[in-house]
Design a protein around this ligand. Sequence first.
Ligand SMILES: C[S@@+](CC[C@H](N)C(=O)[O-])C[C@H]1O[C@@H](n2cnc3c(N)ncnc32)[C@H](O)[C@@H]1O
Ligand code: SF4
Length: 457
Amino acid sequence: MKDFQILEKYNKPGPRYTSYPPANFFHAEYNNDNYIQNLKSSNSQKPENISLYIHIPFCPRLCHFCGCNTTIMQKQDAVSRYINAVIKEIETVAQYLDKDRIVTQIHWGGGTPNSISLDYIGKIMQLISNTFIVDKKAEIAMECSPAYLEFEDVEKLKALGFNRLSLGVQDFNDDVLKIVNRQASKHPIEDLVSTMKDLGFEGVNVDLIYGLPGQTPESFKKSIERAIKISPDRIVTFSYAHVPWVKSAQRKLEEVGLPSPEEKLEMFGIAYNLLTQSGYISIGMDHYAKPNDELSLALKNKKLHRNFQGYCTKETTGQIYGFGSSSISQMNGAYTQNQKDTNKYMNAIEEDGLAIERGYELNNNDLICRRVINEIMCNGFLDFDTIASEFSVSAEEIIKIVDYKPSKLDQFTEDNLLSIDKGKIKLNPEGFFVVRNIAMEFDPLLNIGENKYSKTV
Ligand SMILES: C[S@@+](CC[C@H](N)C(=O)[O-])C[C@H]1O[C@@H](n2cnc3c(N)ncnc32)[C@H](O)[C@@H]1O
Ligand code: SF4
């Protein structure tokens, strides 16, 4: 057992670095016209391939812990209106994109995309294949809630071209699910996963969360053991992000009582030990993948990447164009976010074809900081010389831009979380437990503006 107690020292609020700068820096002066400019320039930026993200903001029932952008399931005609808006948005954005670029990734998230009629999903998939060139090996994935997933749905999704499904299990213990108002899986997860494997899905993920009311280290250990037995390609153990100032429903969990920080750390330690001992490779802070999974290979080759959907590889993920309410586009030079409110989103699309609420254009310093933070967050390795040659500046310039001083890392070196050799910074395996804290030392924007983040562990 590693000494996980040291994490207590580092458990303070900080960005999750799903983007750099984090989403709280996106601003409302950015509008549809800026987006059109950025769409056009993204045609000549690297990576040149296209990733599409489609957001479905509906759930039949709302879990009290949920940090995602979703609302209670609407009536059929509202869902149909929403789908028509997404179709119009794809058609509008496609006008500005070079259609010779190849789509290598299509990701459906939410909310619960599998809770709407799969005919809607089919309609949009058809539009995508009529509009773009979709690579034969494209990763086509959906975040599914097993509460609404039938075996026939899995077959239909396969027929629509999906090859990766993520099952939001969260916890196998029904008592925990009841406390957080979550509908349990309709069918045993074991049977759903074996159906997926029989049908030839290339990737099966299972999402779990630790830090929910009702969970104890012992109960969470059982959930991890069951997940390992099911043997999905990837297991994600999210640390429950408690942000009641953004998600007021989370206050209900405070009333029930959240596990103590010590218990939460113990759950993290149990998951890490059990998963790595059973052969999973630990990726970043919360992902675990089988050794031959592309995430594990990307980590080995220092090609791991991170975006709003989690860890990914540079090969598969290109410039990401988001569709649907609240969806975020992640281009090399800019981030944009659509209207979060679904009605505002639909009204804006019906009127203008686009629905930008806020965005951020990166300047050269931001691009450099993002690159540095990405190296720390994903690959646990930082060589200023390599980044300097990529940006055609000196290493000293990079160091100045990220405001780095070796003394800032003293505490991490003393705690044996990283080592510095000839100026190159390398995280030890335990360093990944506090990777957000380490990345924060290279973030010059951290003390600017009003920032409120969840805790790092
Ligand atoms: C859009 S949801 C997944 C799909 C589906 N709606 C479900 O719940 O199964 C994406 C994932 O975000 C994670 N998540 C949601 N709220 C969270 C929170 N407050 N903290 C950490 N992870 C969270 C959950 O593990 C969930 O599986
Ligand atoms: S089903 Fe998923 S998206 Fe919907 S409320 Fe629950 S966690 Fe959030």
